[in-house]
Design a binder for this molecule. Structure first.
Ligand code: NDP
Ligand code: 8X3
Length: 250
């Protein structure tokens, strides 16, 4: 009997690559995101025997619950939850930032992630399942303009450790994956569709790819059941952390 994985944010980037990876490995996959056309394209490509798609805005708690209630019998027993849907909006310093963008990041990256986790926890405990949360190096290391985005990812990493603590003895595994720079639609979204800005960031930098991260998610999901990776930080070789800044002169 194949295992079932629910991947949020499956219309693009890490999530879309994850869908392909797990389907290829024989899993049943529940793929979610807002863009119904992309989810339909997945169904057209793979058929509905091992793939179920659900289009909803993850910030809409009622729509999320309706999608969970509507899972067909073959997909209702989620073994692995991948909380991947998320976004950064803007790179403005905090003092110039758009409050609506801050709220959208908090609602998506924190509130929705916690809501879905809460909804699926009883079943995950029943099946001794796993939760894989997509955090970020931005939640570990600050950078100018990272403010609320980094804060939301710090929540994701700390929430993951808290879950580990609470789920002690249940057999449920929890991992926070903290990637650095990876080329997806992430920067396009962050810059409100500025393709040139996205190209400038990634060109010549050899960033990680969505497939790289899908491979890491798959690795974590298929570890022997007595192993738990708590946090997994991963960067391209071309990226590193560079120190402090000092302002002089008042
Ligand atoms: P993409 O922009 O390519 O993918 C983001 C996914 O999240 C899309 O499928 C999008 O689907 C979904 N999503 C966003 N908002 C919502 C919403 N309100 N409701 C439902 N789904 C939503 O970016 P990545 O693949 O790079 O990002 C995936 C995760 O990885 C994010 O949490 C991001 O913060 C994190 N990350 C990314 C890094 C990078 O450098 N790329 C590095 C570290 C972490 P749709 O628009 O169809 O709703
Ligand atoms: C995405 C990585 O460094 O662009 O979470 O914030 S970074």
């Amino acid at each position: 009997m194949s295992r079932t994985i629910l991947i949020t944010g499956a219309t693009s980037g890490f999530g879309a690559a994850g869908v392909e990876r797990f389907l290829a490995d024989g899993w049943r996959v529940v793929a979610t995101g807002r863009r119904a056309d992309r989810l339909q394209a997945l169904l057209d490509r793979h058929g509905g025997v091992r793939l179920h798609v659900a289009a909803f805005d993850i910030r809409d708690g009622a729509a999320m619950q309706a999608a969970l209630d509507a899972l067909p019998a073959g997909f209702a027993g989620i073994d692995v939850l991948v909380n991947n849907a998320g976004l950064a909006l803007g790179t403005a310093f905090a003092q110039h930032a758009d409050l609506a963008q801050w709220r959208q990041m908090i609602d998506t990256n924190i509130t929705a992630l916690a809501t879905l986790t809460h909804a699926l926890l009883p079943g995950l405990i029943e099946r001794r399942g796993a939760i894989i949360n997509i955090s970020s190096v931005a939640g570990v290391y600050p950078y100018p303009g990272g403010n609320v985005y980094g804060g939301t990812k710090a929540f994701v990493s700390q929430f993951s450790l808290g879950l580990r603590s609470d789920l002690h003895g249940t057999g449920v595994r929890v991992t926070a994956i903290e990637p650095g720079m990876a080329e997806t639609e992430f920067t396009l979204v962050r810059t409100s569709g500025d393709q040139a800005a996205s190209d400038t960031l990634y060109t010549g930098a050899q960033p990680m790819t969505a497939d790289d991260i899908a491979g890491v998610i798959h690795y974590v999901a298929t570890l022997p059941p007595h192993l738990n990776i708590n946090r997994l930080e991963i960067m391209p070789v071309t990226q590193s952390v560079a120190g402090f800044q000092v302002h002089r002169g008042g």
